[in-house]
Design a protein around this ligand. Structure first.
Ligand SMILES: [Zn+2]
Length: 600
């Protein structure tokens, strides 16, 4: 719909406050300029309640905007926090083909400023929303971007201007949009975060699916509050509003056989709401069902946002104090080293299931002439499935946190990511030699295909293919020397979990897994074959044990025996020349204490 449309030229005595999507009966969704025009019109009419501000630019140079909705004209984050009000940050269109949340937020904003009963939603809450986050993707519009989605007519593209999926970029923070959003997040430090999406995957009756993490990596009192006071209430209120909610992302164990049930979905910090766990804040992932009509999806998204606002008003004091406690607890992680202070790095499904009734559709499974395998065909007849749902979770990997980490200064790109996250860092003012725990890593296998522009070794979770193979990293205590200007990241701060997840190699989105430390796995010096031939002869002569080990290897491993390169490497790798390559030595040290380190 363009601005020349007569519906957008209201008569003076009856201004038309319908949103662009409402005006065209949800056939289309407004582009960024139209979206901003609507928002600016509301801000101009209600300047004491609505305020727009910029927070950076996209890769293609578009201006990122956020809308602040506050009952009394107070738009300063520090004053709002001081007044004890809750700040809710809502993000839309990170996947720009999934723009339901944008149109829902426009309608919600209009109702808050126009309808007295809705204005009460601001009593204890300030609403801050990003109308369109992935703007470059949003402006790349086509009818052919979402094969599995029912409306609107044209939709944006999933990734940003460099084809990066911003919802895989949170912890590694490579995109300019991610950098801007981290700055925005820390400017406002919201009490609650929402990320609005549209599903991919199975067909079922629910139109609103959602998840708020309450797993063992969430601050326990916050997890209790979510489990008891928020998740069931959201379901109830969304259902009362005429929609149908299911409180988990729906991932079938087997895409062709719903009877096998649903599996737990891991949520590592490459995802927005996974990142919220590291920020000690609750994060709500909303997924509208892709095959519902656009009007139903937008109004469903509206219903859950409105229900959440009601609950945040009800529980404002509790949420503010939970967040303060969670921040304080995070700042004590590094004071651990005691028994029972294990920090969960990976939370995964335990395999334990609960049988549930799930509102699906009748379906047929049959061998398909297209794929040549068993395929599924969903019908339109509602059917209640009685299926196992993986409800058990367990801690699949954990560590005891150190007091902090020390990073040698040349690892600038690793340090830069911590800076982008607003982590508080210190520098050594002189060379320092002391005891650190460090990892020696081996057996890493990179995948053959790129993922998000890299070749990461990632846990698949349930949404992506397994990528590569994580070998092993074992820890040794050593006395090492770190040059002047080395970076120390103390865990005594609210962002301790960001530091741990970035620097512990086995964490699901660590710098090592994403490839930021790949040079440590390269052998930079080696010997010519004729040089190594004489090294091997001398070594066998010098050490009968080494000779025996070599011969055992020859007889037990035919491929080794057949490879001249590997036979020569056997001697080089074990020699002082080979060891000088320090292949697999992780350069980051774990500090048991910061005492005695000369620091800024
Ligand atoms: Zn999405």
């Amino acid at each position: 719909m363009r601005s020349s449309d007569p519906n957008l030229s209201p008569a003076p005595e009856a201004p038309d406050w319908r949103t662009p999507a409402e005006i065209c009966e949800y056939r289309t969704t407004p582009d960024y300029a139209e979206t901003l025009a609507f928002l600016e019109r509301i801000a101009a009419a209600y300047p004491r309640t609505v305020h727009l501000e910029g927070f950076g630019r996209t890769g293609e140079g578009r201006y990122l905007k956020v809308v602040v909705v506050s009952r009394d004209g107070e738009f300063d984050p520090a004053s709002i926090h001081a007044s004890g009000r809750v700040i809710l940050l809502v993000q839309n269109a990170i996947h720009a083909g999934e723009m339901d949340g944008k149109d829902a937020c426009l309608a919600l904003l209009r109702d808050i400023v126009r309808k007295p009963e809705a204005s009460r939603l601001l009593d204890r809450v300030v609403l801050v929303f990003i109308p369109v986050y992935n703007i470059d993707g949003h402006e790349r519009r086509s009818p052919y971007h979402r094969i599995n989605q029912r409306g609107p007519e044209r939709a944006g593209w999933r990734a940003n201007g460099t084809n990066l999926n911003l919802n895989r970029d949170y912890l590694k923070a490579e995109a300019p949009e991610t950098r801007a959003s981290l700055r925005l997040f820390h400017r406002w430090l919201p009490d609650f975060f929402v990320d609005n999406h549209v599903t991919d995957g199975a067909d079922f009756q629910y139109d609103v699916t959602f998840a708020i993490d309450d797993t063992p990596d969430v601050f326990p009192a916050t997890a209790d509050w979510i489990r008891s006071a928020i998740t069931p209430e959201l379901v109830r209120r969304v259902d009362l509003a005429g929609h149908s909610a299911f409180p988990a992302p729906v991932f079938l164990k087997d895409d062709t056989d719903p009877a096998r049930g649903l599996v737990f979905n891991e949520n590592p910090p490459r995802f927005s709401t996974g990142q919220m766990i590291l920020e000690n804040r609750p994060g709500l992932l909303v997924e509208l069902h892709m095959l519902k009509e656009y009007r139903r999806r937008v109004t469903g998204n509206y219903a859950i946002l409105r229900a959440l606002l009601e609950l945040l008003n009800r529980d404002a004091d509790r949420l503010v104090s939970l967040n303060q406690e969670a921040d304080r607890a995070a700042a004590t992680l590094g004071a651990s080293g005691r028994a029972g202070s294990e920090f969960p790095l990976v939370v995964a499904g335990s395999g334990e299931t609960t049988t549930m009734h799930f509102l699906g559709y009748a379906y047929e499974r049959a061998r398909s002439e297209v794929s040549g395998t068993i395929g599924i065909r969903y019908g339109t007849e509602p059917q209640t499935w009685t299926i196992p749902v993986e409800t058990g979770v367990s801690i699949a990997a954990s560590i005891v946190p150190p007091a902090g980490y020390i990073i040698p200064p040349p690892w600038t790109r690793v340090i830069d990511v911590l800076e982008a996250h607003g982590v508080s860092l210190r520098r050594t003012t002189a060379e320092w030699t002391g005891p650190v725990e460090r990892y020696r890593c081996s057996g890493m296998v990179r995948p053959n295909l790129p993922f998000e522009g890299r070749y990461p070794i990632l846990r698949g979770g349930n949404v992506e293919r397994e990528m590569g193979h994580f070998g092993e990293c074992h820890r040794v205590l050593e006395t090492l020397t770190f040059p002047t200007g080395s970076v120390v990241a103390p865990l005594a701060q609210r962002l301790s979990k960001v530091i741990i997840h970035w620097l512990e190699p086995a964490a699901p989105d660590s710098a090592l897994r994403w490839g930021f430390f790949d040079p440590i796995f390269e052998q930079k010096e080696s010997g010519e074959a004729y040089v190594l031939e004489s090294l091997g002869r001398e070594e066998m002569h010098r050490s009968p044990e080494l000779r025996a080990e070599f011969e055992r290897r020859l007889s037990s491993d035919p491929s080794f025996a057949a490879s001249p390169t590997r036979r020569l490497a056997f001697f080089y790798d074990r020699s002082p020349w080979g060891l000088a390559n320090r292949v697999g030595e992780y350069p980051v040290g774990r500090l048991r204490s910061l005492d005695g380190i000369p620091l800024t």
